[in-house]
Design a protein around this ligand. Structure first.
Ligand code: IPM
Ligand code: MG
Length: 352
């Protein structure tokens, strides 16, 4: 089969890690007889520099015309240190989410046995933890209006807004994930305080009877933040609103000790975007030292979720497991010899 994949390398280490994922996808294509057609476009700080816009129209069109989008990272310190910058790379990310309708960010939280000692938690707490955080991505306080400053600049405000269809859409995905997994769904909110959270909880309660095989529980976000580090193994699927999900998904990923290895998917109405959960790591850009595995596993998620190529995705995961076990890894997780980004990419493509 022929597939069209939009490739958005973005900033920092983005280009070099994306290059490895493309190598691996090409090797998968060869082995399983698929033809992946990759087309690159600009996003992030690179896009501001070259096109004056962090998510140019051309990039948007390319994404719309593709079967899936593979994305590296965005972010550049020159913008982080300039709070007055008129356009910021992160606006590109938000524009991409909104315009492509990327309503759900899915982050599987899994551990690698040989890396558990890198976890900030005790081995017995985190070993075999395996859950999924589903974060709503196009609503809530990230996009709500009104937002801004009072005329005298002494007051600032943001608005958290959710509509029932938005909540139903993401909860539906949560139920679907739970059904495919251990059949437990945790709805995280702040229903003791927030009106939007009460809408979430009420909607989840209405949907629950239609899913009698799923065990649903409700947790306030502050409690969830504690439980993720106390009993990470108790979770199966967690679903939550945009900002809570931003925070909890970072917390959840860091307890595995394998931040550089974790993928994510942003499921969209028009097309879906796949990216590693780590950032643009500007200090490492161009040095061929960054860990490409988060991106390679994002490519595996792309095959599975966007193209329905399950065996192909599993072949990538198996190769990654093997590389991690055999120590064919970059310096961030190497015990003795550290391999280069490109060497890990070559090894994975050769060991599918
Ligand atoms: C993420 C990031 C973004 C977010 C930033 C870069 C806008 O933290 O993807 O989680 O807050 O959503
Ligand atoms: Mg975040």
């Amino acid at each position: 089969m022929d597939y069209k994949i939009a490739v958005l390398p973005g900033d920092g280490i983005g280009p070099e890690i994306i290059e490895q994922a493309i190598k691996v996808l090409n090797a998968v294509g060869k082995k399983f007889n698929h033809n992946f057609q990759f087309t690159e476009a600009l996003v992030g700080a690179t896009a501001i520099d070259r096109a004056g816009d962090p998510f140019p129209e051309e990039t948007f069109q390319l994404c719309m015309d593709s079967d899936a989008v593979l994305f590296g990272a965005i972010g550049d310190p020159k913008y982080d240190n300039d709070p007055k910058a008129k356009v910021r790379p992160e606006q590109g990310l938000l524009a991409m989410r909104k315009k492509l309708g990327l309503y759900a960010n899915i982050r599987p939280v899994t551990t690698f046995k040989s890396l558990i000692h890198k976890s900030p938690l005790r081995r017995d707490l985190v070993e075999d933890a395996d859950f999924v955080v589903i974060r709503e991505l196009t609503g809530g306080i990230y996009f709500g209006e009104p937002r801004g400053r009072s005329e005298d600049l002494t007051t600032a405000y943001d608005t958290c807004v959710y509509t029932k269809p938005e909540v139903e859409r993401i909860l539906k995905l949560g139920f679907e994930y739970a059904a495919k997994r251990d059949k437990r769904l945790t709805v995280v909110d702040k229903a003791n305080i927030l009106a939007t959270s009460r809408l979430w909880r009420e909607t989840a309660q209405e949907m629950t009877p239609a899913h009698p095989d799923i065990e649903v529980d409700y947790m306030f976000v502050d409690n969830a933040a504690m439980q993720i580090i106390q009993w990470p193994k108790k979770f199966d699927v967690m679903v939550t609103e945009n900002m809570f999900g931003d925070i909890l998904s970072d917390e959840a990923s860091v307890i595995t000790g394998s931040l550089g290895l974790l993928p994510s998917a942003s499921v969209g109405i028009h097309t879906s975007v796949f990216e590693p959960i780590h950032g643009s790591y500007p200090q490492a850009a161009g040095k061929d030292i960054a860990n490409p595995v988060g991106t390679v596993l994002s490519a595996a998620m792309l095959l599975e979720l966007a193209l329905n190529l399950t065996d192909e995705a599993q072949a990538i995961r198996d190769a990654v497991d093997k590389s991690v076990t055999e120590g064919i890894v970059t310096e961030d997780i190497a015990e003795d010899k550290a391999y280069k980004t490109s060497e890990v990419g070559d090894w994975l493509s050769g060991n599918l």
